[in-house]
Ligand binder design. Structure first.
Ligand SMILES: Nc1ncnc2c1ncn2[C@@H]1O[C@H](COP(=O)(O)OP(=O)(O)O)[C@@H](O)[C@H]1O
Ligand SMILES: [Mg+2]
Length: 447
């Protein structure tokens, strides 16, 4: 080893072990990244065929794409739109993710590409979509509140082709509205779960784009584990590869741990992007196993967080079905004392749910008051429907009641309903509201 001085030893101690930087482009591993090239699955070919027919003949054939989470619905549809944009400049393409764009009116705004009065949004959309060919992707349709009106208008009054994605293969079958069904008549395409080879190919593509070096054996191992234990959710595979590369740890024995880490990370991401109601319903399943008891808990929590508001059984079960579609829980029918009831089995770590819940509702559940309700309040939609004015306001119910009672007498309010967590829909008879007042409120709340 030779002679060294104190200085040399000190230097040795100071110098950190060199960690090779392997990730050359981290954004390639983010979950919403759309790559330059995608792996073409056979089912997407069918979608392409029907788009081609529409572009040449102008007669829309609507499509619903089903597939479990991480089966490539979003990336395939975004990619398809990108390709259409390049080849057909005069075709309008719109991508809508219903998780954020979750009402009829918000979808109209997205189609129009600008803010527009709710009064004539629908007419404007109809006019716009009549004047040219349009392909509208409605991704994650299950998150859309009251989809029937929107789908009816788009399929009946316009010539646009709709491409819809859903996780639950019964989504269309469960749709109650016959009128919508008869005008939509979609072609239904199921994206099969990827097999390990397909997952490997997708991972390899990412590795080539974003890593300085990688180990194909490890990639195959990730793919095999994800196909076997995680319903081929490619998001988990991609995140696992990312963490392995970040730690430069290409040791076969550790792969399982990285896949588990990635799975928790993806779960946390899914849970954190849930609406308040859905998160509360999920959390209630931690506390009680049967839906009848968990429902009561969820209802009590909602009441505590949004005083005076309530959670109907119908909304509760809608939330349960949606959470099931996201793969967060399982609803199981069981027989107890001769009667059928449901039990809920959580499919994610209890800790993750607990943590997400506490973080989101800390200020409501703690002892401190709700100083920040002001910040949470905003009118984000209003429209005239039949002979009532409907205002959607995101704020706790107490707040809206005080706003309204200052200006309109209580008898004028025919109906106040909870649309989403704390989003209040106030319906006021047309002849009873004061336009100036409303505009003033809009000014005050719009920010
Ligand atoms: N065929 C594919 N080619 C390239 N990447 C894919 C493919 N399928 C899935 N992915 C990647 O896997 C992840 C999950 O896919 P995504 O489209 O978000 O799934 P879904 O919308 O069905 O939940 C994304 O990062 C996506 O880019
Ligand atoms: Mg998706």
């Amino acid at each position: 080893m030779g002679f060294v001085g104190v200085k040399d030893i000190a230097e040795k101690i100071r110098s950190k072990p060199k960690r090779e930087v392997i990730i050359t482009n981290p954004k390639i591993f983010s979950l919403d990244y759309v790559p330059e090239r995608i792996y073409l699955r056979r089912e997407l070919d069918e979608v392409i065929k029907s788009v081609r027919n529409y572009l040449s003949l102008g007669v829309p054939e609507h499509i619903i794409v089903y597939g479990s989470k991480g089966s490539g619905k979003t990336v395939s549809l975004k990619f398809l739109l990108r390709a259409i944009r390049e080849g057909y400049k005069n075709v309008l393409t719109v991508y809508i993710n219903c998780r954020n764009t979750n009402t009829e009116y918000k979808v109209y705004k997205a189609i129009l590409g600008r803010a527009v009065s709710a009064l004539n949004a629908r007419d404007k959309v109809i006019r716009k979509l009549k004047s040219k060919k349009a392909i509208i992707v409605l991704d994650d349709i299950e998150a859309l509140i009251k989809p029937a009106d929107l789908l009816f208008i788009l399929s009946r009054e316009t010539n646009a082709q709709m491409i819809i994605s859903a996780t639950n293969i019964y989504w269309y079958k469960n749709l109650q509205d016959e009128a919508v069904k008869s005008s939509l008549l979609p072609q239904q395409i199921v994206f099969k779960q990827y097999n390990p080879e397909e997952i490997s190919k997708i991972l390899l593509m990412r590795a080539q784009e974003g890593l300085a070096r990688y180990d194909e054996g490890i990639i195959n191992l990730i793919a095999a584990l994800v196909a076997r234990d995680y319903q081929s959710d490619v998001r988990i595979a991609i995140r696992a590869l990312y963490h392995i590369a970040k730690n430069n740890d290409w040791n076969g024995d550790a792969v399982r741990e990285y896949v588990e880490l990635a799975s928790r990370e993806v779960d946390l991401y899914t849970i954190n992007t849930l609406s308040d109601t859905n998160l509360i319903v999920l959390y209630s399943a931690l506390r009680e196993k049967t839906t009848s008891r968990a429902y009561k808990i969820a209802k009590a929590i909602i009441r505590r967080i949004y005083p005076h508001s309530t959670l109907s059984k119908r909304t509760y079960f809608k939330a349960i079905n949606y959470l099931q579609a996201l793969g967060l829980l399982l609803k199981i029918q069981v027989k107890a004392k001769g009667r059928y009831t449901y039990e809920i089995e959580l499919l994610v770590d209890r800790d993750i749910v607990e943590r997400a819940f506490k973080e989101r509702f800390r200020e409501f559940l703690g002892s401190s008051g709700d100083e920040d309700t002001k910040e949470r309040s905003s009118i984000y939609d209003w429209r005239i429907h039949g002979n009532t004015l409907e205002i959607e306001i995101a704020c706790p119910r107490t707040e809206i009641e005080s706003i309204i009672s200052r200006n309109i007498t209580r008898e004028d309010i025919r109906f106040i309903a909870l649309t989403r967590e704390g989003d209040i829909l106030a319906k006021i008879p047309k002849n009873r509201y004061n336009k100036e007042w409303l505009e003033e409120q809009l000014e005050k709340f719009k920010k």
